[in-house]
Design a protein around this ligand. Structure first.
Ligand code: HEM
Length: 350
């Protein structure tokens, strides 16, 4: 089983595209799924060493429209949260493209080639171009990403395994676009900012538990299971901004084998843990989007199952031949050795 490359070294540039897919355009999307590896490979081959990496996710609504298969267990629309002080909205999204590389031109080229195929069939509802900011800092000025799982812990945190064998090697991803009030944040003394995050600003050292406030971001995002084992997710947040409009933000993106872990973190942040004890960074950061996607194994995309039973060739737009005329589907191949050239991971077989 070859997976998409969820785990990657921090990139210098990232492009996030969230799209809705027009009714009747499902077959065009199915073709793009099947061709995504080769599109990625052809762009990547032109810029060896640029670490180009593209992950594609699909939302619950599009899954139901495209496949006559049970939904992956954790796939559902993003659950909005309405807390005492802060809200996390749920916003539309059928497709996510998460493209990372060392340079934006490479991200742009890959995204453009995919969009050329989808134009007229999908509407971009959010496009964010993110950049690396000095030593992996967000626009709040703190190093972001330090406590991500490393080594074997990273695939263990993100890859679906035996708990949902039909979709093993896939993952789930939640994205949220946050805008910061940098004027208010900048008015805080650095010591106060450090207490909001739970780490020092310059050296990025975590505060001892005895002094770390319980409404700090790090405290509320340290989630343990019933056995006291910490549950981890893989984040790859990127700063973005626009000077003319004074828009300063963080694009949050978190991968997990169980989206329930990310959802628990979000409840802690927005509703509070204990209730009412909400995340201090939300006093300076507002979530404007929120969407959950399933990111299938690469085998699933390369050998994409056919249309829903009952969907006919008439459902496809006139300019597109359906890839599978017969209803039904083929099971995702679990043994296909694909030469990715983009560094796909092999799923751990637990
Ligand atoms: C405004 C958006 C956000 C910003 C600016 C931000 C920034 C940070 C920073 C600076 C750290 C400390 C360094 C590190 O370990 O990465 C951190 C840690 C963390 N964040 Fe966020 N974050 C944001 C949103 C979120 C969201 C929405 C989640 C989860 C749903 C999340 C989950 C975590 C986790 C799990 C940690 C590591 C905690 C630990 O084990 O120490 N973050 N974040």
């Amino acid at each position: 089983m070859v997976t998409q490359q969820f785990v990657a070294a921090p990139a210098r540039a990232a492009l996030f595209l969230v799209m809705t897919v027009n009714e009747g355009s499902e077959e065009v999307v199915r073709d793009v799924f099947a061709d995504l590896s080769s599109i990625t490979r052809s762009v990547s081959f032109r810029v060896p060493g640029d670490q180009l990496n593209c992950v594609l996710g699909l939302g619950a609504g599009l899954w139901d429209r495209m496949f006559d298969l049970p939904r992956p267990r954790g796939l559902h629309p993003f659950v909005p949260l309405d807390g005492p002080r802060h809200s996390a909205p749920s916003t539309p999204g059928d497709l996510l493209l998460h493209v990372r590389a060392h340079h934006m031109d490479v991200c742009f080229e890959l995204s453009r080639q995919v969009m050329d195929r989808l134009r007229g069939h999908a509407v971009v509802v959010d496009e964010t171009h993110g950049f690396k900011y000095f030593d992996e800092r967000d626009l709040l000025g703190f190093v972001d990403g330090t406590e991500n799982p490393e080594g074997d812990a990273a695939p263990a945190a993100v890859l679906i395994a035996d708990e949902d064998p039909d979709y093993a090697g896939g993952s789930y991803v939640i994205v949220q676009k946050y805008r910061h009030d940098l004027e208010a944040w900048g008015a805080l003394p650095v010591e106060e900012q450090e207490r909001a995050i739970g780490r020092s600003k310059l050296e990025d050292v975590e505060m001892p538990d005895a002094v770390k406030p319980i409404n700090s971001h790090v405290h509320l995002n340290t989630v343990v299971d019933a056995d006291g084992v910490q549950r981890q997710i893989l984040r790859d947040n990127m700063p973005f901004g626009e000077l003319g409009t004074a828009e300063f933000g963080t694009y949050f993106i978190g991968y997990a084998a169980d989206p329930g872990v990310i959802e628990q973190m979000l409840r802690n942040m927005f509703l509070g843990s204990p209730p009412g004890n909400t995340d201090r960074i939300l006093d300076f950061s507002t979530a404007h989007t929120g969407t959950l996607f399933f990111t299938p194994a690469l085998d699933f995309l390369d050998d994409v199952p056919g249309p829903r039973a009952g969907a006919s060739a008439d459902d496809a737009p006139a300019d597109t031949a359906p890839v599978a005329a017969a209803p039904g589907h083929s099971a995702p191949s679990d043994a296909k050795a694909t030469d990715l050239g983009i560094g796909g991971l092999r799923a751990a077989t637990h």
